[in-house]
Design a protein around this ligand. Structure first.
Ligand SMILES: [Zn+2]
Length: 452
């Protein structure tokens, strides 16, 4: 009996342990499902049913309302902050704000055009190959990882040791190297500097600069070969590697760096973090950047607060005497912009800058008919302070500096920052052509002319 009793107790005990374990596992799995719904395990930001509207800003009151929306709401996301009447603003609206947004549209008579009806679906269609394991071979049929790009730079240095050098100019906040490639076939040639991908989500910018570098090395076009021979090229293919990797792994819509800037927010807008006229308001009081750490255009706690911008700045300071041209690659407004961003005033050589920019734009248009506007950042795009091209111009005295705003939305489709990879090569071809126009016109004014 005793034995039987023991067995009975033992069985009962086992059963109760099993029940206990099953209950705990069930509770745990419910908890895990709950957590995964909350996104605790998946840091990948999703944009299911988010809409993107292009809004025609037709009056100052509409401008004011949209600015208020951008400053006070963390659920609306402007791809470009509206700061000017007559310039369209593209706005990402989450599903829980559809009703609110509808009310604002009605109340202020906003003219809107729905350009993307489901942002998540759109991102997934943008680059399906991105899900595949990358083999490490560089190409321009798709957007490449930082690892692939850097590996390719290593191959270039190995294959062309006589005129390609790759240098680490600093580390990002998360410790990724920032690299500059120098292409130099002649000693002491005048130089062009290009920084790209400073805004993380503008993938076309980084893809274009590597396309151009590749063409400078391999093109059979005599104009391209001539530029490669007689000009020194300094290229930073990825000026914001942390932000870029974050767009590839976690949030495709990320713009800034990844340094912690407040208890709850990350990142500084690196193209508002350069020192020249940092956070300086224009004539209308527009700051051209934000003091709010959570804002997409946060200028940072002080100029060059970001390791990325400081690395670029220190490098430019070293080589500035060789530079006639400084370019910053962005998307997606189809523009070539020069100084200033923080004032309506003209720079002393604005006639040259306008003429050279127009020569570049006209050469660009010959390829695919894409029309780029040329003018100052403040006057044709919006107020922007602390931007790289103004610092290069105003502080370092580099005479020709432009921001390129490349493809994103046009007759070929409305994609915003998420330009599908089949446009990398067409965009690269036309931008390379524009550089031929730019160089040729700049030489008429005596720039990029070697006195060897
Ligand atoms: Zn940009």
């Amino acid at each position: 009996m005793k034995k039987h009793y023991f067995i009975t107790v033992s069985v009962a005990s086992c059963t109760s342990i099993k029940v206990d374990i099953i209950m705990k596992l069930t509770l745990l799995s419910i908890f895990l499902v709950f957590l995964s719904i909350l996104g605790v395990f998946s840091e990948n930001a999703r944009f299911d049913n988010y809409r993107v509207y292009s809004i025609e800003v037709q009056s100052n009151i509409q401008l004011k309302i949209l600015n208020e929306l951008s400053e006070t709401s963390d659920s609306y996301n402007f791809w470009e902050v509206p700061t000017k009447v007559g310039v369209n603003a593209d706005l990402v609206v989450p599903p829980h704000q559809f009703a609110h947004f509808g009310e604002i549209v009605d109340k202020y008579n906003l003219t809107t055009n729905l350009i993307i009806s489901n942002l998540q679906e759109f991102i997934e269609n943008e680059s399906p190959k991105r899900q595949r394991k990358e083999e490490g071979d560089m190409n321009w049929d798709d957007y490449q990882s930082l690892e692939t790009i850097y590996e390719w730079l290593g191959f270039l240095q190995r294959d062309f040791p006589q005129f390609i050098s790759v240098e680490d100019i600093g580390l990002s906040y998360e410790g990724r190297p920032i690299k500059v490639v120098k292409l130099s076939k002649k000693q002491n040639a005048r130089a062009i500097f290009i920084e790209a991908q400073i805004h993380a989500r503008e993938w076309i910018a980084g893809a274009t600069v590597t396309y151009i570098l590749n063409q400078l090395l391999y093109s059979t076009n005599p104009d391209v070969q001539e530029m490669a021979l007689n000009i020194d090229w300094y290229v930073v293919p990825n000026s914001n590697p942390d932000g870029y990797e974050y767009t590839r792994t976690s949030n495709r819509n990320w713009r800034k760096t990844r340094s912690p800037v407040s208890l709850i927010c990350y990142g500084v807008d690196p193209n508002r973090n350069f020192a020249y006229n940092w956070l300086t308001p224009d004539e209308d009081g527009n700051l051209g950047a934000s003091k709010a750490p959570c804002s997409d255009t946060y200028a940072g706690p002080h100029p060059f607060s970001e390791k990325e911008t400081l690395a670029i700045e220190n490098y430019i300071a070293e080589i500035k005497d060789r530079l006639d041209v400084f370019l910053s690659f962005h998307s997606y407004a189809h523009q070539i912009l020069y100084a200033w961003g923080h004032t309506k005033a003209n720079v002393s050589n604005y006639e040259q800058l306008q003429a050279i920019g127009e020569a570049a734009a006209s050469r660009l248009m010959e390829t695919d008919g894409i029309v780029y506007d040329v003018g100052t950042t403040r006057n044709i795009l919006y107020a922007a302070s602390g931007i790289s091209i103004d610092h290069a111009y105003g502080h370092h005295g580099i005479p020709i500096t432009y921001t390129y705003e490349m493809r994103g939305s046009g007759t070929y489709g409305n994609y915003g920052f998420f330009l599908p990879p089949q446009f990398i090569i067409p965009n690269g071809v036309e931008v390379l052509q524009s550089l031929i126009g730019l160089v040729s016109k700049a030489r008429e004014f005596g720039y990029l002319v070697n006195n060897l």
